[in-house]
Design a protein around this ligand. Sequence first.
Ligand SMILES: Cc1cc2nc3c(=O)[nH]c(=O)nc-3n(C[C@H](O)[C@H](O)[C@H](O)COP(=O)(O)OP(=O)(O)OC[C@H]3O[C@@H](n4cnc5c(N)ncnc54)[C@H](O)[C@@H]3O)c2cc1C
Length: 274
Amino acid sequence: MLLEQLGPEARLLAGGHSLLPMMKLRLASPSYVVDIDPLADELGYVTEEDGEVRIGAMTRHNALLQSTALDRRLAIVKDAERVIADPVVRNRGTIGGALCQADPSEDLSAVCAALKAQMVIRATGGERVVGMREFHRGPYETAVGPAEMLVEIRVPAPRGSGSAYAKVDRRVGDWAVVAAGAALALEDGVIAGAGVALAAAGGDITSSEAEAALVGEPPSPELFARAAALAAAACEPVSDQRGSAEYKRHVAGVLTQRVLQRAAARALQVQEEV
Ligand SMILES: Cc1cc2nc3c(=O)[nH]c(=O)nc-3n(C[C@H](O)[C@H](O)[C@H](O)COP(=O)(O)OP(=O)(O)OC[C@H]3O[C@@H](n4cnc5c(N)ncnc54)[C@H](O)[C@@H]3O)c2cc1C
């Protein structure tokens, strides 16, 4: 693989909407840039296989937004894509680039964390699959090594599950002040699986305390308020031009409660239709 020959100073270029601004600002100065746009056809897809949705790493934001395969099974992706950047960015930017950039305000990392997605990472020697918790190590840091490439995102989409994403931004297309995502699987009237994640809220993107509080309980507004309070208490926002830490914590709670309610409603709707 070319990346192995070029060494750790080489960087992949997918849509370029994060890497090129970083290079212009001199925040990144790779010695080599490997353009993977020729892989856009091979790695640009959304399919459903063995009860999971598979998304190629070169799938562009706009293709995710247009994908009918995601409509019912993974509404959270569409919720997020509607509020990511603008059409120019969405036409070129890829899900792989977004996840590998791992910007702390980046929306699809929170989406994949809520969905407990699996990441397929390829190197010359073969492929390995890591969970989103292992993949996303923190701001701008992922499990992808210097001679590796993210090739696919696998998302379990059990029947009877629902998901949602909501974001507060200062103006249309802006990065999040705070955003929240939730995915719920309902079985026999109780929550059998829960994913809760925050973007731009600092700390761990996964709200483990909220997830633990939800599992095994019947969905109710009171439960969602309790889980949202746990998510808000656990996040670590910082004060900046987008708002004070206190305001962001409040928004994290409000949005978490909102997406939990919407995810549950969507799960119930799917169950009624089956
Ligand atoms: C004006 C503007 C507004 C934006 N607003 C938002 C927003 O509201 N929300 C949001 O979430 N994002 C936003 N973004 C970011 C946007 O979504 C980018 O497209 C995305 O972050 C990067 O995707 P890309 O394909 O352009 O990646 P690139 O810029 O090509 O690459 C980004 C990084 O990932 C690495 N990389 C790329 N693909 C792979 C791969 N397959 N395997 C391993 N490493 C890889 C690259 O080497 C690089 O380090 C915005 C960007 C801009 C310019």
